[in-house]
Ligand binder design. Structure first.
Ligand SMILES: [Fe+2]
Ligand SMILES: [Fe+2]
Length: 298
């Protein structure tokens, strides 16, 4: 039972995903007035986050499509409801990141370049057999789940971010954990092949990493920061250093290739519950910004 529950006499219809702990919360995020470099006043780290935000809407469309095309093969009502929750959550993530991306554009941070770069990378992945696309999705979902877990546990990193801007990322991180096993369970249903999983590494890395680094460099150049060694050194350490947000999860990416891999083997239930409370419980920081709160509490 979710402790966020707000009992009502005539309770609204529960969404399918809600009943299985994957509620699509209709967040209407209030975009805050934040400094241009909302991560430690650092251009390198902030533009990396802008690249990530630009990647999410097309990336999450790819995730959804690669799962949706196998939906007919699922008979288990539990997994069917989980897929509904997954699709709902990812669709709303994409929508809210598009709104954040509008803010970047208004500030003159031209995220149309990372947008084009990720679409080119995804165009390549979309040429793969459907099963391989699903395997790539499960690999990227492993990454987003680890990223979410890292953000929710890394107090040091969070303290460097603008508090209100951070909220969108906390909500996204929580929901990535809530639905982290869904794509994988669909993949298990249609026959999990280890070779396809191993192939997902070079396929995703070979398409996504050039897109990330090219568009990150381009944004930094536009900010006039390519020559600012201090900014770049500090930003790299924050993101890719051994104690950085991404740097900390890279060693765990290898778990995905293990024979006995399953996303749920990393138990994040207590972490999820803590953040459901902090974000959507009584006095939760995002509670007022969710339009369907009552329909998302199970
Ligand atoms: Fe997402
Ligand atoms: Fe996801």
């Amino acid at each position: 039972m979710n402790a966020v529950a707000t009992p009502r006499k005539s309770s609204p219809r529960k969404l399918a995903g809600t009943s299985v702990g994957i509620p699509p919360r209709q967040l209407n995020f209030r975009i805050p007035q934040a400094p241009r470099y909302f991560l430690d006043d650092n251009a390198t780290a902030t533009t990396f986050i802008a690249v990530l935000s630009a990647f999410f809407p097309p990336g999450e469309d790819f995730f959804v499509e690669s799962v949706r095309r196998f939906r007919d093969r699922i008979d288990d009502p539990q997994l069917k409801a989980e897929v509904s929750g997954f699709i709902g959550q990812e669709a709303i993530h994409g929508r809210e990141h598009e709104r954040l991306n509008e803010m970047f554009l208004e500030q003159g941070i031209d995220i149309t370049v990372p947008d084009r770069a990720v679409k080119a990378a995804l165009w390549v992945l979309e040429r793969l057999p459907h099963r391989q696309q699903l395997a790539c999705t499960t690999f990227m979902e492993h990454f987003t789940a680890l990223l979410g877990e890292q953000l929710l546990t890394d107090e040091n990193f969070r303290s460097s971010a603008h508090g209100e801007m951070l909220q969108l990322w906390l909500w996204h991180a929580l929901e990535e954990l809530e639905h982290k096993a869904v794509a994988y369970d669909v993949y298990e249903t249609v026959g999990n092949r280890r070779l396809e999983r191993i192939l997902a590494y070079p396929l995703v890395a070979g398409t996504m990493l050039p897109a990330v680094f090219a568009s990150w460099g381009w944004l930094l150049a536009r900010e006039g920061k390519l020559g600012d060694r201090d900014d770049i050194r500090h930003g790299f350490a924050m993101m890719l250093g051994r104690s950085g947000l991404i740097g900390k999860i890279l060693p765990k990416m290898g778990l995905f290739a293990r024979k006995d891999f399953h996303p749920s083997k990393r138990n994040t239930k207590a972490l999820e519950q803590t953040w459901r409370e902090r974000l959507f419980g009584e006095g939760g920081t995002l509670r007022e910004q969710v339009k369907n709160l009552a329909s998302t509490v199970h």
